[in-house]
Design a protein around this ligand. Structure first.
Ligand code: NAD
Ligand code: UD1
Length: 329
């Protein structure tokens, strides 16, 4: 199939381009490079020996998006493009709602106009709010604590309504848990601008000596060791989940959790990183981070049963590959 990948130069998008190319699909990337570098596309070529077609466009721009649909007979869209920093979304709600919601509207509208029936959307486990764990796809969504999370819940509702009105359009809503790690080659991975917000990139930068020490946000949660528990998923497994979801799309809206089903605490992750890479990660315990919840992980049965997809890589693989990528930076 010929797949339009928005945000394909970004962290998850670039790994998904690799997975798509390796599965024999053709890939067109639309990215405005607001949070990525064009070099990612060369790295994709180095890994796969295949080229992607690239458009440097803003996917909220209707005419630019439609010109891509005019130029190519597209079979499906995977929509990664968006802003993702939770804290920043509280400071800049307009830009988050605009970028993340308008892009979904513009792309789905172009799909209807050009008869493209497959749409895969990057959602997040954040839409479950503080539900009971494990999170199951059938749960009612709870309000999130920030505009970023709301853009994901809104985009899910918009796409669901579009399918109701256009039954030949089919959508997969993929709720990612905590993507970490990097491609085995060390060529592509997560390279956040400035000081990282998320745990794994912070850990790799501390290990490299770029940052002094990790601050562990709270050790008084009701979890086995008191630190926050998350379901970390290797980005390569996550990318393969997209290929599986794309192949499965026929009609209607399908929601899938993409996680491992296994919870790992902050301290467990630090110790796994130290063991996997034989390097120390200095840390101190500090107060809880506002807005954090104690623990969440996925119920993964639906993706396994319906997509035949299951994460294969473990936390040690995630730590090794994240470190390999960081050392290449
Ligand atoms: P990323 O920032 O690395 O990639 C997003 C890409 O989209 C970047 O290359 C950026 O330049 C591009 N982009 C942003 N706005 C654009 C626009 N208007 N037009 C064209 N390109 C645009 O982020 P990522 O981690 O790869 O995340 C991909 C998607 O997955 C996002 O929608 C994110 O919200 C979602 N998601 C990410 C995580 C995570 O932890 N990384 C978790 C859950 C969901
Ligand atoms: C983040 C996003 C969330 C998104 C999820 C999945 C935030 C606030 N939330 O959540 O919207 O759905 O990723 O990608 O960014 N931690 C530390 N020290 C640090 C950084 C993190 O102790 O320097 C702890 C956190 O308290 C948490 C765990 O590590 O317990 C994971 O944190 P993080 O990587 O930021 O992800 P989430 O909080 O799960």
């Amino acid at each position: 199939m010929k797949i339009l990948v928005t945000g394909g130069a970004g962290y998850i998008g670039s790994h998904t381009c690799v997975a798509l190319l390796e599965a024999g699909h053709e890939v067109i990337v639309a990215d405005n490079l607001s949070n990525s570098k064009i070099e990612a596309l060369d790295k994709i070529k180095q890994i796969t020996n295949k080229e992607v077609v690239f458009y440097q466009v803003d996917v909220t721009n209707e005419s630019e998006v439609e010109s891509i649909f005019n130029n190519h007979k597209i079979d499906g869209v995977i929509h990664f493009a968006g802003y993702k920093a939770v804290g920043e979304s509280v400071e800049k709600p307009i830009s988050y709602y605009y970028n993340n919601v308008v892009s979904t509207l513009v792309l789905s509208n172009a799909c209807l106009k050009y008869g493209v029936q497959r749409f895969v959307f990057s959602s997040s486990a954040t839409v479950y709010g503080d539900n009971k764990v494990p999170f199951v796809e059938t749960m009612d969504l709870l309000p999130t604590t920030n505009p970023y999370g709301e853009t994901k819940a809104m985009s899910e509702r918009i796409l669901t309504d579009i399918v109701k009105a256009n039954p030949s359009f089919s959508v997969a809503l993929l709720r990612y848990f905590n993507p970490v790690g990097a491609h085995k080659s060390g060529l592509i991975g997560e390279a956040p601008n400035g000081i990282p917000n998320n745990l794994m990139p912070y850990v790799t930068q501390v290990a490299k000596g770029k940052l002094d020490k990790l601050r562990v946000f709270g050790n008084d949660y009701p979890t086995p060791d008191g630190t926050g528990v998350r379901d970390y998923i290797h980005v390569v497994d996550l990318a393969e989940g997209h290929v599986a979801a794309l192949n499965d799309l026929t009609t209607g809206v399908k929601v899938f959790n993409l996680g491992t089903g296994k919870g790992t605490s902050v301290l467990e992750l630090i110790h796994a990183f130290e063991k996997a890479n034989e390097i120390k990660v200095p840390y101190e315990i500090v107060d809880r981070r506002a807005g954090d919840i104690a623990s969440f992980y996925a119920d993964t049965q639906k993706a396994e049963k319906e997509l035949g997809w299951k994460a294969k890589l473990d936390v040690i693989d995630m730590c090794k590959d994240a470190w390999h990528f960081e050392r290449n930076q």
